[in-house]
Design a protein around this ligand. Structure first.
Ligand code: FES
Length: 113
């Protein structure tokens, strides 16, 4: 049986173009709100240990603050070096004004660069 989703963020706390870090199932998650929707991914860059919520969100591109790798928040795919591995993505659902995240156990299936 899968675990129930974790409440990460309230919608009112996350304007479009914004992101928030949270902890769910002992995993660091970043929740990103874009014009294409709300997405949740692992918050730790796949290149080295940097927190992506400290970087920038440009449209659907999440840019690492440490060496500038970019990821597509829609599927976690790495878009630019030096990262080559995709970020794990997690299912998001809205319950009232709460953004809930169901943490996936594994890594993203999105292709690497
Ligand atoms: S730690 Fe993210 S690009 Fe190097």
């Amino acid at each position: 049986m899968s675990k129930p989703p974790s409440v990460c963020v309230l919608l009112a706390e996350l304007p479009e173009g914004g992101m928030r870090a949270c902890q769910a199932d002992d995993r660091e998650i970043v929740v990103c709100r874009t014009k294409d929707g709300i997405f949740a991914l692992d918050n730790i860059c796949t290149h080295a240990h940097a927190r992506l919520n400290e970087g920038r969100l440009r449209g659907t591109r999440l840019i690492c603050p440490l060496h500038g790798a970019a990821f597509d928040v829609r599927d976690g795919r790495a878009l630019g070096a030096p990262a080559t591995r995709a970020l794990a993505t997690h299912e998001v659902r809205m319950v009232g004004d709460r953004i809930e995240v169901a943490v996936s156990p594994g890594e993203s299936k999105a292709p690497a660069v």
